[in-house]
Ligand binder design. Structure first.
Ligand code: NAG
Ligand code: NAG
Ligand code: NAG
Ligand code: NAG
Length: 504
């Protein structure tokens, strides 16, 4: 009786729907974190016990099923970013540069006691979700013997697509000429194969004493979540294990501060919002670029809201209000906003589209140049080059986007297109997460193409066999024909010989 009661109690105490989920989101980049706040929140509210390694804990006491392991201190490792970018000469460096940063962050975080407890396998988890910048951490799927989901707050590097069997052919990267695209592809392949992945493999071996490689872990991933929406980021072919969960995020509940709200409300002719995002600090960009920007702003007859992290700006124009940090979603949705000058970060671009605010883009690094060009090709932004930027050029771009109504009309259409979906990205992400939990993985969805060697993928062996058959047939036909003619000729000769003899 007692045993039966205990059994019944256990049955009810551990509901079959609530899973233990480990989320590893360790990148100290604000937008990489905010992109998923709603997902972690919603999963915990649905009764899952979510353990989240993050650099931006939400600290919401209402979320009782969410345990946050705080890695905020690793923001210190990102401090030098702007000054390094100022001196970066080519976009080639971006890759190595990001890899170096991610590795430094990993080295620091893994030494933390809370992280070490996980490395030792304490606790139990039914599912592990890992940010795609840190693929070596997929090892936790092995440690806890459970399925894994890889998630990206923006696009994915090609090697992730390959591991899922998604086409990663060079023409999959639209927007570049095929020759350039192929050169990029090969360069990428080289960096990944000889730099990025080997360094991650060494880190894995060092901290986890394992000979498993990152490529093997990636091939073992059950699902991949991509923060894209084809209406915005372009259509691309995916296998069934890659889920696009890009969606319109709810603006945070943070209200515009009273003075700022009044200022924006009073900008009757409209205002322009200028922000280079959270990685690039306006206070750290080169003096000459800052000067160009300030001089251009001075000559544009609009009010500016400028996200500037310094305490003081030399020669601040009268039409500018500085803010050290800005609740961007609220600002972009203010009825008086006319234009957004941005660095072209993935989330900024997305927020601009969902708010239908056209842009002028000054790209700095990573995907920003690509994002800017994509938005320009859609007719919702103008891109300027920060290295050769002149006052006239920046003024010209801003004026053009303000004056030509086609930018605003096009972005409004794009917003409607991006919102017209059967279910939101958030709903999709939750459904698929619980699907993986219910079925203890999703290996049955794996694209069989992913496990083929390249020569089979490109049908080189099949083409070889078919060609050999054709060659053999042609050869046989040739010899038969040749023999046939030789026989005919011989016959004729013999006949001619007899004829000759007859008449001789
Ligand atoms: C926490 O999870 C339990 C189930 O495990 C659920 O019943 C409860 O509503 C959740 N509470 C909150 C505040 O998320
Ligand atoms: C929920 O997760 C936390 C942190 O990992 C853990 O301490 C706690 O025991 C878990 N709760 C349940 C009911 O599994
Ligand atoms: C590492 O793993 C190997 C084989 O699994 C084992 O023999 C060795 O003791 C491990 N080393 C450490 C430091 O745990
Ligand atoms: C307005 O901008 C669009 C998109 O860049 C361009 O095609 C069009 O020619 C522009 N119209 C004028 C009047 O400049």
């Amino acid at each position: 009786m007692c045993i039966a009661l205990v059994y019944v109690f256990i049955m009810f105490a551990s509901p079959s729907t609530g899973a233990n989920i480990l989320v590893i989101s360790p990148t100290p980049v604000y937008s990489h974190q905010t992109a998923f706040f709603e997902l972690w929140t919603e999963l915990s509210l649905r009764g899952h016990n979510v353990t989240l390694i993050t650099t931006n804990p939400m600290n919401d006491p209402k979320l009782r099923n969410l345990t946050e392991i705080d890695m905020k201190h690793t923001y210190d490792l990102m401090k030098g970013v702007t000054s390094i970018i100022n001196h970066m000469t080519s976009i080639w460096n971006t890759y190595e540069y990001i890899n170096t940063y991610m590795l430094a962050i990993f080295n620091e975080q893994i030494s933390q006691p809370r992280f070490q407890e996980l490395v030792e396998g304490r606790g139990n988890f039914n599912l592990v979700l890992v940010n795609s910048q840190h693929p070596q951490l997929l090892i936790f799927g092995k440690i806890y013997n459970c399925p894994t989901i890889l998630f990206s707050s923006f696009y994915l590097y090609g090697y992730n697509h390959e591991a899922q069997g998604n086409p990663s052919h060079t023409i999959a990267h639209i927007g570049y000429a095929r020759l350039i695209s192929t050169v990029f592809y090969l360069r990428d392949w080289y960096s990944v194969t000889y730099e990025l992945l080997p360094t991650r493999d060494r880190a894995l071996n060092k901290y986890f004493n394992t000979s498993v490689t990152v490529r093997e872990l990636l091939r073992d991933v059950d699902l991949v979540f991509l923060n894209t929406n084809p209406a915005i980021h372009g259509a691309r072919a995916f296998g069934p294990t890659t889920i696009e969960i890009g969606y319109e995020r709810k603006p945070t509940s943070i209200k515009l501060e009273k003075g700022l709200k009044q200022f924006l409300d009073n900008a009757n002719d409209g205002f322009i919002y200028f922000s280079l995002g959270s990685n690039i600090k306006s206070k750290d960009i080169t003096r000459s670029l800052l000067k160009t920007i300030i001089e251009a702003i001075k000559e544009i007859p609009y009010t500016f809201l400028y996200k500037y992290e310094g305490d003081y700006l030399d020669d601040k124009p009268d039409n500018v209000r500085l803010v050290k940090w800005a609740p961007q979603c609220q600002i972009l949705r203010h009825p008086n906003i006319k234009l957004f000058v941005t660095q072209g970060g993935f989330q900024s671009m997305e927020e601009a589209i969902y708010s239908a605010v056209p842009m002028v883009v000054i790209p700095f690094f990573a995907d920003q140049e690509h994002n800017g060009r994509l938005m320009e090709s859609k007719g919702i932004a103008k891109v300027v080059n920060r290295k050769s930027l002149t006052k006239e050029e920046l003024k010209g771009a801003i004026k053009e986007v303000l004056r030509n109504s086609s930018y605003r009309e096009t972005i409004e259409r794009l917003r409607q297109l991006a919102r017209d979906v059967p279910m939101t990205g958030l709903e999709k992400a939750i459904w698929w997460t619980e699907y993986v939990i219910r079925h203890k993985g999703a290996k049955h969805l794996r694209n069989p193409v992913a496990d083929l060697p390249l020569y089979q993928y490109y049908l080189l062996d099949v083409i070889g066999v078919l060609l050999s058959i054709v060659v053999v047939f042609v050869a046989i036909a040739y010899f038969i024909t040749k023999m046939f003619f030789m026989m005919v000729v011989m016959r004729l000769r013999i006949q001619m010989d007899t004829v000759d003899k007859k008449y001789l």
